[in-house]
Design a protein. Structure first.
Length: 188
């Protein structure tokens, strides 16, 4: 992706060159779909989300000023699109702990009580983490995903979110504290 002629492609896309626009989408698709999969792993139609990201990219192409690398600029659009989607989901939550089925409650209990580190328990642990993350507000959820699940550095997260590193640290501390508190309130 480093040898992609971003300036030529963006200029071509701005001028209405369909081939340049297609090349932009093809070059950026793996990055965009990766961001979507990392931030919206449940019930998200990846293709629709990717299409929305690329639509926003083309709509805002005139705003790209070249101060940041083009893929970085597009990743910010992808992350903000995911945040918007998560916020919309929070307004209509798909599940709450009080609404968990017997099987879901059993899944969490088995995960917490399990000493087996095999693939099944890892899958159960992932499911439990997803349930807990879904309870956070969208900004905190994305922050925890980037830092703890994607293992991004504080400076990377700071750049992506456009906030100082100290803000990332404070928000991460508070989000993790919320997760710990939620886990402590799970009643079996």
């Amino acid at each position: 992706m480093n040898d992609t002629p971003w300036n030529d492609l963006t200029a071509g896309a701005r001028a209405g060159d369909q081939a340049a626009a297609r090349q932009l989408v093809e070059a950026l698709y793996p990055q965009v779909i990766g961001i979507i999969r990392n931030h919206l792993p449940r019930a998200a139609d990846e293709q629709d989300m990717a299409q929305e990201v690329f639509l926003k990219m083309f709509q805002r192409l005139g705003q790209f000023n070249g101060t940041a690398p083009f893929p970085h600029w597009v990743s910010k659009i992808a992350v903000s699109t995911c945040l918007d989607h998560l916020r919309a989901q929070k307004r209509r939550p798909e599940y709450r702990f009080a609404d968990l089925s017997e099987n879901e409650s059993e899944l969490i209990q088995n995960t917490l009580m399990s000493t087996d580190a095999g693939a099944a328990s890892q899958s159960q642990a992932r499911e439990m983490v997803e349930l807990l993350l879904a309870r956070l507000d969208a900004d905190d959820e994305v922050l925890v995903r980037m830092l703890d699940l994607e293992q991004k550095s504080l400076s990377e997260v700071s750049d992506i979110l456009g906030v100082p590193v100290t803000v990332v640290k404070v928000r991460a501390f508070r989000a993790r504290r919320k997760l710990k508190k939620m886990l402590g309130h799970v009643r079996w």
